[in-house]
Design a protein around this ligand. Structure first.
Ligand code: PLP
Length: 508
């Protein structure tokens, strides 16, 4: 008889023991809290050159596991921090903010620690129902009509980003538009659907058209119309009406309009009520109206800042990012719709392995039907913690302070002869540029604006970004402008005064 071979013993798997997790976790939480305290002393923008971080990292992963407690914090300091632009720095005024707050970070940690999948109600009922409640709370806090909330027959969902939300909205709108047609004309009409947004809309709208097959690439305008704006950057509703009429006359099927509440360039506000009137005209089916309030939606928590949203009651969907200006760390985008049936009908597919009694009975919300991904984590926890920690009064006070500070900067620009406002201020963004000198060409003014931006950012003391806005005169070149957005959680009046001093010092 051959001798029995000894059974091979499996390698021990080096899971982190709960005690070690607790110890390292406490150190990391402490490190994060310290980072928030000392971030003000770091240069705002990373000075890393391309490849610096790659060179500092080993080319291959370790074969044997390492002691994180010994190595991690040192590597964070040595490799990661120098490669960061510090979005939580009080002198960060670039893009739109990416707010975080301690309660939201704790919510994120809870979500990771619980590690549940919320794709179906049945896979974790709390994950779904807490999200439903949080979205009703937040929608109510923004003053959205009840028709957008679960309690009014609509409902909301958390996506990663506004870019994902618009893909869902386009998909729902396409479904609704085609379902309204007879079966025989549907297939043909699918190739004639047309989408509208403004020249100042965020690129995610055209990208949504690309993802959903309406545009072959970013420049394809066969079924995408970019409507002109007024000088302030708001969509011209009459121009929208003309474009829709011309398309209908050409046999096309206008089905989707995305209006922006707070454009990325200059926080301009499209006239929702006028746009809704354009869309309400016959013939049926009426195009779907989506409102992209990615950044500006946050300010609707303050009743006194709600007038730009007049007309939102006519929208079919509304989206905004608490991860920009409402204290909730990335990613957290909220999409509400008054027509969840079109959304779920366009995105629902039920393989056998996901079937369960609650879904079959139709008695629950299954969020996998509300967006493209199937799997989803418990993001509602961070929103829940933020709303509970700050309360609506706290959220309002926070937004009001940023708007007040932006108002200060606006008032200083108005009285500084070397600078001018390049767009009306509607919220927490001030858009400005050097005042053109007599006889100076637009290109020369632009060059001075660029140089000013570069000087300020190179100082490491503050961080601004730029954009171009439409020309004042129809055939002129786009204008290069600086954007100063006040939205970092730690920014106080002293920081804004310091930023202004730096701007004045950097002016030629
Ligand atoms: N819409 C507007 C008006 C934006 O300003 C932005 C980003 O700044 C987006 C959409 C895209 O946001 P997200 O990164 O959530 O896709």
């Amino acid at each position: 008889m051959p001798k029995a071979m000894p059974e091979p013993q499996p390698e021990p798997i080096p899971h982190m023991a709960p005690e070690e997790f607790r110890r390292l976790g406490e150190r990391l939480l402490g490190w994060i809290a310290d980072y928030w305290t000392r971030v003000e002393g770091l240069p705002v923008a990373s000075r890393a050159a391309p490849g610096d971080v790659l060179r500092a990292l080993p080319e291959f992963p370790p074969e044997a596991g390492e002691d994180l407690a010994a190595a991690l914090l040192a590597d964070l300091e040595r490799i990661v921090l120098p490669g960061l632009t510090h979005w939580q720095h009080p002198m960060f005024f670039g893009f739109f903010p990416a707010n975080i707050s301690a309660p939201s970070v704790l919510g994120e940690l809870l979500s990771a620690g619980l590690g549940v999948q919320g794709m179906l109600w049945a896979t974790s009922p709390a994950c779904t129902e807490l999200e439903m409640r949080a979205l009703d709370w937040l929608g109510h806090a923004l003053g959205l009509p009840d028709a957008f909330l679960f309690r009014g027959g609509g409902g909301g969902v958390i996506d990663g980003t506004a870019s994902e939300a618009v893909v869902s909205a386009i998909t729902a709108a396409r479904h609704r538009a085609l379902r309204a047609l007879s079966e025989s004309s549907r297939r043909d009409a699918a190739g004639r659907l047309t989408l509208y947004t403004s020249t100042q809309a965020h690129s995610s709208i055209v990208k949504g058209a690309m993802v959903t097959g309406l545009a072959l690439d970013a420049a394809d305008r066969a079924r995408v119309r970019l409507i002109d704006t007024d000088p302030a950057g708001a969509m011209d509703a009459d121009a929208l009406a003309r474009a829709i009429d011309a398309d209908r006359a050409a046999g096309l099927v206008p089905f989707f309009v995305s209006a922006t509440l707070g454009t990325t360039g200059a926080t301009a506000v499209d006239p929702l009520a006028s746009i809704a009137r354009v869309l309400a005209r016959p013939p049926e089916p009426r195009p779907w109206l989506h409102v992209d309030a990615a950044h500006a939606g946050a300010m609707l928590v303050c009743p006194e800042f709600r007038s730009p949203a007049a007309g939102v009651e006519h929208a079919d969907s509304f989206t905004f990012n608490p991860h920009k200006w409402l204290l909730t760390n990335f990613d957290c985008n909220c999409l509400w719709t008054r027509d969840p049936a079109s959304l779920t009908a366009s995105l629902s597919i039920v393989p056998e392995y996901l079937r369960n009694a609650a879904s079959d009975a139709g008695s629950v919300v299954d969020y996998r039907d509300w967006h493209v991904p199937l799997g989803r984590r418990f993001r509602a926890l961070k929103l829940w913690l933020v709303m509970r920690h700050y309360g609506l009064a706290g959220l309002r006070a926070y937004i009001r302070e940023h708007v007040r500070l932006a108002g200060l900067v606006e008032s200083w620009v108005r009285i500084e002869p070397r600078l001018e406002l390049a767009a009306p201020r509607t919220m927490n963004l001030v858009v400005f540029r050097p005042t053109p000198r007599p006889g100076e060409s637009p290109g020369a003014t632009d060059a001075r604006a660029r140089a000013l931006l570069d000087r300020l950012n190179a100082s490491g003391k503050m961080y601004l970004t730029h954009t171009t806005l439409p020309p004042e005169v129809a055939d002129g070149p786009p204008r290069f402008v600086l954007r100063l957005c006040i939205g970092a959680v730690s920014t106080r009046e002293e920081h804004v005064r310091e930023a202004w001093r730096l701007i004045l010092d950097a002016l030629e």
